[in-house]
Design a protein around this ligand. Structure first.
Ligand SMILES: Cc1cc2nc3c(=O)[nH]c(=O)nc-3n(C[C@H](O)[C@H](O)[C@H](O)COP(=O)(O)OP(=O)(O)OC[C@H]3O[C@@H](n4cnc5c(N)ncnc54)[C@H](O)[C@@H]3O)c2cc1C
Length: 340
């Protein structure tokens, strides 16, 4: 079942599935559970783990574990569905998933805010969060990256002058949230300019600058891709440090960053380094650890990020994870080179 199919199925009953991401037509519910996928609505609803209320899974022994009762309260032992979320196929093969659905909110408004700095964006997000229970997405893009997007996709400029930072925010509610959003933005003196849309075509247009970042990176060359989270209070400093650090190693490297900034999640992509040279990856992930972040926000560890796991997981933590894995899969049958 792809995410897109699940979304359409829920909508037919006037409900929605809370997780949404651009790969909706290929990502499967099983894969999204295995990777604990995040996406653009985590700020409101949490990631995949927060939606999964039960799983059926086949263990490496061939035994089947089924926790599909959907009981809201069930404290009888370890939370196996929660453990399988994000296990990256190393503990069991997930064959059925029971998920929570949320109400379909008919009114939606999107705003693109021009801001002078990442610091200002973080201040604005904190203020919007405090005022708007309808806030559903908060995405950040940066000037240099936006100029690349404009150059490579032919999209027009969102504002006459491309600002240092653009913050895209979206609210959804049963009643039109436009006035609440406008009031909340009016209380943010940091905002230089605003573009707002509540119709579907207008909202798609505002999203297009943010959603074209991934495609733009691919056009620039073979990217190194990092997907990290920072404590919200450290994100602005981290962004500045990353740019300084990469320019110091190789000023010809093109950095393309954007993020689900309400979750502290930045996608750090860079192009221009040989595919097998991990000097910059090493430096950026060391910075993540220094700032108290995580080396994988939502894409998981897989094989490619495995060697950096000790940067943010202690030896005791790693040993506990190895013990769990051995208990499920003593013969190492499932995804043997993934995660640990
Ligand atoms: C354009 C694009 C945008 C994306 N945006 C986001 C985003 O915003 N947020 C985000 O979190 N992710 C994002 N992703 C990544 C996406 O979340 C993952 O691709 C998706 O969660 C994985 O689902 P999949 O079915 O493709 O799994 P696969 O890629 O096929 O598998 C992923 C892992 O899960 C394991 N696995 C798959 N199915 C099962 C199963 N049934 N049981 C046990 N293990 C299994 C696999 O062995 C593998 O280790 C994006 C990807 C793309 C291409």
């Amino acid at each position: 079942v792809t995410l897109g199919a699940l979304q359409r199925h829920a909508l037919a009953s006037g409900l929605e599935f809370a997780v949404d991401l651009t790969a909706r037509d290929t990502a499967t519910v099983g894969g999204m559970t295995a990777t604990n996928a995040g996406g653009v609505h985590v700020i409101r609803y949490g990631g995949m783990r927060a939606q999964v209320t039960g799983v059926e899974a086949v263990l490496p022994t061939g035994d089947i574990v089924s926790r599909l009762s959907g009981l809201l309260k069930d404290n009888s032992g370890y939370d196996l569905p929660g453990l399988l979320c994000g296990s990256e196929g190393t503990l069991a093969v997930i064959t059925r998933v029971r998920v929570r659905l949320v109400p379909h909110l008919r009114h939606r408004v999107t705003a693109l805010l021009a801001l002078p700095s990442t610091d200002a964006a973080m201040t604005v997000i904190a203020r919007l969060r405090a005022r708007l229970s309808s806030l559903e997405a908060a995405e950040i893009t940066f000037r240099r990256e936006l100029e690349l997007v404009i150059e490579h996709t032919g999209l027009p400029r969102p504002f006459a002058d491309v600002p240092a930072v653009c913050l895209l925010v979206e609210c959804a509610a049963h009643q039109d949230p436009t006035e609440d959003l406008a009031d909340a933005i009016a209380a943010c003196p940091e905002v230089i300019d605003t573009a707002v849309a509540s119709d579907s075509a207008g909202r798609d247009r505002l999203w297009s600058w943010r959603e074209s970042h991934s495609e733009t990176v691919q056009r620039l060359g073979i990217p190194h891709k990092l997907d990290v989270t920072l404590p919200l209070g450290r994100l602005a400093a981290f962004e500045a440090d990353v740019r300084r650090c990469i320019a110091g190693i190789d000023p010809r490297t093109t950095v393309v960053m954007w993020g689900h900034v309400g979750d502290g999640n930045l996608h750090v992509n860079f192009v221009g380094r040989p595919a097998d040279d991990e000097t910059v990856d090493d430096a950026v992930l060391a910075l993540v650890a220094e700032h108290g972040g995580s080396i994988s926000a939502e894409h998981g560890i897989g094989r490619a990020k495995r060697r950096w796991l000790p940067l943010t997981r202690s030896p005791a933590d790693l040993s506990a994870m190895v013990a769990v894995r051995r208990a499920f899969d003593p013969d190492g049958l499932l995804n043997p080179s993934v995660l640990l």
